[in-house]
Write a protein that binds this ligand. Structure first.
Ligand code: GAL
Length: 675
């Protein structure tokens, strides 16, 4: 158990000593006698940060302007008396019924013009001035009351902004969209040019004629759609800023909101959001609709570290076991919660928190897992929670240590928006799937990867992987070209470099922005059916995509041996400046992709690689005095590994030739090698 009143001071800036172990708590759902039990059990579990008031609005302000903070005062005092820090929600994430009754105009509309009603959550239009006025009034009242409260360690603005309401198509949003477009393009002719409105009689004479991309009979203008995604992300970021500003006017406590770097939500361009956060925080849930959910977890964690600029970040939510919102909600296997939590820590999290403390009895989340399940403390989940809490406390020395890599993977929300639009060569090509495949290929070769934004400084890297970067600006593409010219190595895959930031095709051959660096020119795309497999020289198989590609300086390292392009180049390698660019014109089978990435990494001299067996993840965090090697075993077999040192999980020494238990995790402390 963490001693009550443990002093608080960590690199996250939350004042916690060591790592954060926390949860969401919704005391408004429980009688006050339960609060005391809860806080006692929180101490038993080692919880040191609790998010409250995330959905508090109707409780605090049950009628317009009628604020009741007594319960919040009481719970904050109770947590503080028990040495538990508070992650204080501004409470604005869901409007109370009185507000939507008084002002139904704040309700959001979807693309067919129909309204989405209260009764769920987040039923508000991101552009609504009326919503903003009331939400900011609540945020201000809350900030004034608790802005100097020593128990409050972090401000939690709203909740998962854009989870449900990112895209609103109402008239208020339409006006805001026009304002955003005017600021971006200044002249209507510049917009007409960017959107290609000469096509299908879409030319605009006046700003007032422009609408959000509401449902149409046919395909919609792709540039309009793309700008609407940009606008919608900016609009919620602007909303975040407004709340943060109100808080910062009266409080010096760090401010954040929880991101959703996840496969099923793509509406926020977090590269633009991250610089506005005092602490980068992410929510992640295993998605069993994906092939191997824990690999997507690793991607999300690495991407969050990228958003945090390599600094420690906070996992604000994950689950102890099943969620309630997938078609089948799988309970976690014994040890899985520990592996999930420690994978986030391995990849740079200085804290792991959960949704939620006590499983609800009512409402749509009553079958969502919690730290304290319906079955109470005599449960596997609870025992594992207590074990994890105690381990997180023992891992305090990791706080502030960092993950280093000399391999970067370029990931872009804008490219995701653009790539997944309709009317492309293949509707089977999905951006995130290709990003995940490239990432998984790197995992398979034991690489630790930094996820970076297009245009990011690549000077510290030896290898950059660029999966399907369909949309890229000239300037951002140039960064990759310059990196290769200066001696870096790149692996670029099909359908990259095709369009500029307006979704306009670069004239000439494909892959547009990358044809010089790759030393190739593609004449035409030959997408393949999902079920179709083609063979390449060298033994690889491939699918999904192929290209009629000509060598313009590059060499072919593999050619098609069957399919429509038999004999043509499929994989190429080009020496450019003092570096090398490889191009994959087709989707290689996973093993061949991993081999190609291994060749590139080895030729690049990349060092952030570890020897791995299948199903084992190795990640290293570096502190000032020690390195910490995380060995995470996703298999059900005891597996040998080459690392030795003191294991912080078992508190035992691991001699050379050691093994990691089935499903187990080791965190092996090693004295840093003198550099
Ligand atoms: C998140 C949300 C939480 C809870 C959780 C359930 O999206 O922030 O409030 O709903 O999902 O998995």
């Amino acid at each position: 158990m963490i001693p009550a009143g443990t002093p608080l001071t960590s690199p996250l800036g939350l004042g916690t000593d060591g790592l954060v172990f926390g949860c969401d708590y919704n005391p408004e759902q429980w009688d006050k006698q339960v609060w005391h039990d809860d806080v006692r059990l929180m101490r038993e579990a080692g919880v040191n940060l609790v998010a409250i008031n995330v959905f508090g609005w109707s409780h605090i302000e049950p009628r317009r302007g009628d604020f009741h903070f007594d319960d919040l005062d009481e719970i904050i005092a109770l947590l503080a008396a028990n040495g538990i820090g508070v992650n204080l929600g501004t409470g604005t994430s869901s409007p109370p019924p009185w507000l939507t009754t008084l002002h139904p105009e704040i309700l959001p509309q979807v693309g067919d013009g129909t309204t989405r009603w209260p009764g769920g959550r987040q039923a508000w239009c991101p552009s609504s001035p009326m919503f903003r006025e009331h939400a900011l009034a609540l945020a201000e009242a809350t900030a004034l009351r608790y802005g100097q409260n020593a128990a409050v360690k972090l401000w939690h603005v709203s909740n998962e902004l854009g989870c449900h309401n990112a895209l609103c198509y109402c008239d208020v949003s339409a006006a805001a969209f026009r304002g955003w477009l005017e600021r971006r393009y200044v002249s209507i002719e510049a917009l007409n040019e960017a959107w290609g409105t000469a096509f299908w009689s879409q030319h605009y004479a006046e700003w007032a004629e422009i609408l959000p991309p509401r449902d149409t009979l046919s395909f919609i203008n792709p540039s309009q759609q793309l700008d609407f995604f940009r606008f919608s992300s900016d609009e919620l970021l602007d909303y975040y800023r407004a709340e943060a500003e109100v808080i910062r006017a009266v409080s010096a406590i760090p401010v954040t909101t929880n991101f959703m770097v996840t496969a099923h939500i793509k509406t926020q361009d977090y590269w633009s959001w991250a610089p506005e956060m005092d602490v980068v925080a992410n929510d992640h849930y295993l998605d069993h609709r994906l092939g191997v959910p824990h690999r997507e977890l690793s991607f999300s964690a690495d991407a969050t570290r990228g958003l945090a600029g390599g600094r420690p970040w906070l996992l604000m939510e994950h689950s102890t076991s099943a969620v309630n919102w997938q078609p089948q909600n799988h309970a976690k296997a014994p040890g899985e919660m520990m592996r999930n939590s420690l994978t986030h820590v391995a990849r740079g999290a200085d804290g792991v928190c959960f949704f939620q403390w006590r499983a609800s009895l009512r409402g749509t989340e009553k079958f969502h897992s919690a730290l304290l399940p319906h079955s109470g403390t005599d449960s596997r989940v609870w025992r594992e929670v207590v074990e994890l809490g105690s381990l997180m406390h023992r891992l305090g020395e990791l706080a502030g240590s960092v993950v280093r890599s000399d391999i970067a993977l370029v990931f872009s929300w804008e490219a995701w928006w653009a790539t997944d639009q309709d009317a492309h060569p293949s509707s089977e090509l999905r951006y995130l799937e290709q990003v995940h495949l490239a990432y998984e290929g790197l995992l398979a070769i034991g690489a630790t990867v930094d996820i970076v934004a297009p245009g990011a400084d690549l000077s510290g890297y030896r290898l950059v992987v660029v999966p399907c970067l369909y949309l890229v600006s000239d300037a951002d593409a140039q960064v990759i070209t310059d990196f290769v010219a200066g001696g870096g190595h790149a692996v670029i895959s099909f359908f990259s470099g095709i369009v500029d930031e307006h979704d306009s095709v670069r004239p000439g051959s494909y892959p547009g922005a990358f044809r010089d660096v790759a030393g190739i020119s593609t004449e035409e795309f030959y997408p393949l059916d999902r079920a179709e497999t083609i063979r390449l020289s060298g033994g690889a198989t491939a699918g999904l995509w192929s290209e009629l590609l000509h060598l313009r300086g590059a060499e072919a390292t593999a050619r098609y041996v069957d399919g429509p392009l038999t004999g043509m180049p499929a994989v190429t390698r080009n020496e450019y400046g003092t570096g090398v660019a490889r191009y994959l014109a087709t989707m290689l089978d996973p093993a061949s992709l991993a081999e190609e990435l291994a060749r590139a990494a080895s030729e690049a001299g990349a060092s952030s690689l570890a020897p791995v067996a299948d199903g084992i993840e190795i990640v290293r965090r570096s502190g000032t005095e020690h390195d910490y090697v995380f060995v995470i075993n996703h298999t059900d077999a005891e597996t040998p590994h080459p690392f030795s040192g003191h294991d912080l999980v078992s508190e035992a020494d691991i001699a050379p030739g050691g093994t990691v238990a089935p499903g187990g995790v080791q965190i092996i402390r090693q004295t840093k090698e003198a550099s």
